[in-house]
Design a binder for this molecule. Structure first.
Ligand SMILES: Cc1ncc(COP(=O)(O)O)c(CN[C@@H]2CONC2=O)c1O
Length: 485
């Protein structure tokens, strides 16, 4: 019997779009961290640190954040409905969790989380989400324009698949950007059209920069279909001003661009002088449905809920014609439906307990404790970075990240070059080897050529922040001494 000598699927034979796409958040530095973690488990004490601290991923519950009690009580009851009839239930679960679970189960096909739901997501859950959007914005939302998805990532892929016909179709993306967008555009065969956020303007979005990039792409034969805006920003942490949002909407209207409004950090605003305003609200307060098309993205992975592993989220469509919405529905139908746990959580984050309800007091205290702590951690890390030689960090107004700029000495850049590495990846790797802290090189998000950054999350437990700051500073001082020009 002849054995196959060559791999059944040689890498040369796979889709080049897959080979071309990159996703730095779980890239080479992360892989090295995994190796170090295995080494530490085998040989404790083998490194100048006891544990790996993953600051590469916005994964709150991986770093100790507790889930919201009310959300988990409702989920538990939905997953095991027999509890609803037991006397024990009322001793463990709040009455509003029990009533919410009964209401949710009544919206599910077969009254079971185990059944396929409608391909847009259970209609009753979409109605609850629509109510939450209307309460947030002060404008109605149509449940038929909401599609529940297995996280915002799946939603981004669905929309890129819809918009991109060939490499001649371009998508305007912020630089730095969350690399889901560059990866999705590559995977779907389109062209990323960059527009640079202005670091000196606290990562503000300048319309003349946008227009210049748009015109340049069009001169090069690119049909620019859409524009991505991430607000609050990842990795930059800015919260757009309402006037900036209005400029963006007007530009999209004038230029016929679909606005892709990634708002997964809408519950993560830490500064008093900013608040989250949805693009949906901006549109509804000044535009007709036939003037602009907007896709709003939401996720259960962020905010104060951080339910990343449950994979839930939604898109809300505004200003799309029925024949296009039918195409989106067709694509959603191919995947049958998103998972029902994620659907339930999406309905919960958009309809949390209200004042006066039994669970509201506990819910509110849990939510405020998480958000105020995130705000303190953001400020502590922002101040730490700004105290370090050659480092400047913009205000972390929202989201879950900091993106400090590091002015690396030429000697460090030469050393990186000799190691065959991009300078900020060289810095991040040296930082990891010295401290166990996993940060992502700014080059993984894009940056103005010749500038170097790293991205860290603000997620390690607040009690660990002083030690993290101390490790960052000690490493940085040693690195800058070693490579002093
Ligand atoms: C701006 C933005 N959009 C979408 C997503 C995807 O969210 P889902 O979990 O709903 O698919 C993320 C995840 N944030 C990534 C994951 O962790 N760190 C990050 O930068 C994100 O930051």
């Amino acid at each position: 019997m002849s054995f196959i000598k060559t791999p059944a699927v040689p890498v040369e034979s796979i889709n080049p779009k897959v080979k071309d796409c990159e996703y730095a958040v779980r890239g080479e530095i992360f892989n090295h961290a995994q190796r170090l973690q295995e080494e530490l488990e085998k040989n404790p004490g083998s490194r100048p640190f006891d544990e790996i601290t993953y600051c590469n991923l916005g994964n709150p519950q991986a770093l100790g954040q507790k889930p919201i009690t009310f959300f988990r009580q409702v989920l538990a009851l939905c997953e095991y409905p027999a509890l609803l009839d037991s006397d024990e239930a009322h001793k463990i679960f709040s009455s509003d969790a029990i009533s919410r679970a009964k209401k949710i189960l009544s919206t599910l096909t077969g009254k079971s989380t185990g059944a396929y739901s409608h391909s847009k997501g259970a209609k009753g859950l979409r109605e609850m989400i629509a109510d939450g959007i209307a309460l947030r914005d002060g404008y109605p939302a149509n449940p038929e324009d909401i599609f529940l998805t297995d996280g915002a990532s799946a939603a981004v892929h669905m929309i890129m698949q819809l918009l991109i016909r060939s490499e001649n179709d371009g998508i305007l993306c912020p630089i730095p950007q969350y690399p889901l967008y560059s990866a999705a555009i590559t995977l779907h065969g389109g062209t990323l059209v960059p527009y640079y956020l202005s670091e000196s303007n606290n990562w503000g979005l300048e319309v003349f920069e946008l227009k210049g990039r748009l015109d340049l792409a069009r001169e090069n034969g690119i049909s620019v279909k859409a524009m991505v805006v991430i607000n609050p920003g990842n990795p930059t942490g800015q919260v757009l001003s309402e006037s900036n949002q209005q400029e963006i909407v007007e530009l999209c209207r004038k230029e016929g661009l679909v606005l892709l409004a990634d708002e997964v950090y809408q519950d993560n605003v830490y500064v008093k002088d900013k608040k989250f305003i949805s693009f949906k609200r901006i549109i509804r307060s000044g535009y007709r449905d036939d003037e602009i098309s907007v896709v709003s993205f939401q996720s259960i992975s962020k905010g104060y809920y951080g339910e990343c592993g449950k994979r839930g989220g939604y898109i809300e469509l505004c200003g799309f014609r029925e024949d296009v919405k039918d195409q989106i529905y067709k694509v959603a139908s191919v995947n049958l439906c998103s998972n029902t746990t994620g659907q339930i959580l999406a309905s919960l984050i958009m309809n949390p307990p209200k004042p006066g309800e039994e669970s509201h007091k506990l819910f509110f205290s849990e939510k405020e404790a998480i958000l105020s702590s995130l705000g303190r951690r953001a400020k502590a890390l922002e101040d730490a970075f700004n105290s370090m030689e050659g480092v400047s960090c913009q205000k972390a107004e929202g989201a879950m990240y900091l993106f400090p700029r590091i002015k690396l000495p030429n000697k460090a850049i030469d050393a990186a070059d000799k190691a065959g590495m991009v300078p900020d990846a060289f810095y991040a790797l040296r930082l990891l080897d010295a401290t166990g802290l996993v940060l992502v090189p700014g080059s993984g998000f894009g940056q103005v050529p010749g500038t170097w950054h790293v991205r860290t999350t603000i997620l390690p437990d607040e009690s660990k922040i002083p030690d993290i700051v101390s490790r960052l500073k000690t490493f940085h001082e040693s690195f800058m001494r070693e490579f002093q020009d």
